[in-house]
Write a protein that binds this ligand. Structure first.
Ligand code: NDP
Length: 279
């Protein structure tokens, strides 16, 4: 039976450390959280991020814009936030309405305030290994592995999903720690056979139960990034948790695994942004 990696507990430790740092030095660190429109899931995420700010002693500034905000209006707000010395990090909650060009928004955020690391420049730094900001979800996953002293060096790691925010940067962080990495996606032939090779399997697809026990190498570490709804409308991951937990050595739950860690890394990046801006 697998040990459950408790993302809530690890993220609480990270937030407590940040709070200590902020209080010890009496820092005034500010995060701007921009939300456009009224998507209920986005509202929940933004509220959670604001709660995390409170827990860390980071001042959050919310900018809630109507759903029909134009691209130019959003870019203008970001320009103002870039210039505002109270704001150390800028986060624009995604998904954004159709009229917004997401790439133009990412590129408008000042490189030193890009706490999501979505700008091309910051993504390039992640590829290079010389980064200012960790990609939030992959960074959180590495912290979870470190919290259990799980080394990926020389191991076969399989990442299922190739998005710019999870799959690709995840593969880069694993590579920087000397893993042998395979990235799978919707066109992968025989996903199960590739997953069965994995010492560490990271599922970031967004399909409930796509990772089943027959796809797991006995003793593998299984990290579930997926956020889906089950038949009862409850949050669940990509992994068939009960059956996979029987076969693996470590597993992350959903909720309470990767999700809280993503937000903890956002907090880490915000204080890093503050430090970078002061040097
Ligand atoms: P995307 O939709 O951008 O990417 C999903 C990936 O899964 C794509 O690369 C896609 O392949 C691949 N895929 C789809 N179907 C299959 C399949 N049958 N077999 C193998 N691969 C497949 O999603 P994100 O990366 O943004 O997010 C993934 C999941 O993680 C979602 O559930 C999201 O909600 C969750 N998430 C959770 C976070 C957290 O903090 N816990 C943070 C961010 C995301 P292709 O490229 O070929 O289309």
């Amino acid at each position: 039976m697998a040990k459950i990696i408790d993302g809530k507990a690890v993220s609480a430790r990270i937030k407590a450390e940040i709070r200590q740092e902020i209080e010890a030095e009496k820092l005034k660190v500010g995060l701007a959280v921009v939300i456009v429109g009224s998507d209920p899931a986005s509202r929940v995420y933004v509220n959670n991020k604001k709660k995390d700010c409170e827990a860390c002693g980071i001042i959050s500034f919310e900018y809630a814009l109507p759903g029909d905000t134009t691209n130019d209006e959003l870019l203008e707000l970001i320009g103002t936030l870039n210039e505002d010395p109270k704001i150390n990090g800028i986060l624009v909650q995604q998904p954004l309405p159709k009229q917004i060009n997401v790439q133009s928004v990412n590129e408008r955020i000042s490189a030193l305030k890009d706490v999501d690391a979505f700008r091309f420049e910051n993504m390039g730094r992640i590829v290079d290994g010389n980064f200012n900001f960790l990609p939030c979800t992959p960074g959180g996953i590495m912290d979870l592995l470190h919290s259990e002293n799980i080394s990926v060096s020389g191991k076969e790691c399989v990442v299922v999903g190739r998005s710019n925010i999870v799959g690709k940067p995840m593969a880069m962080l694993l590579l920087h720690e000397n893993a042998t990495v395979t990235i799978c996606h919707s066109k992968t032939v025989d996903l199960a056979a590739i997953c069965r090779r994995a010492d560490v399997l990271i599922a970031a697809v967004g399909k409930k139960g796509i990772i089943t026990a027959d796809m797991i190498k006995p003793g593998a570490v299984v990290i579930d990034v997926g956020m889906n709804k089950n038949d009862e409308g409850k949050l669940c991951g990509d992994v068939d948790f009960a059956a996979v937990a029987e076969k693996s050595s470590y597993i992350t739950p959903v909720p309470g695994g990767v999700g809280p860690m993503t937000r903890a890394i956002l907090m880490k990046n915000t204080i890093k942004a503050y430090r970078l801006q002061k040097t």
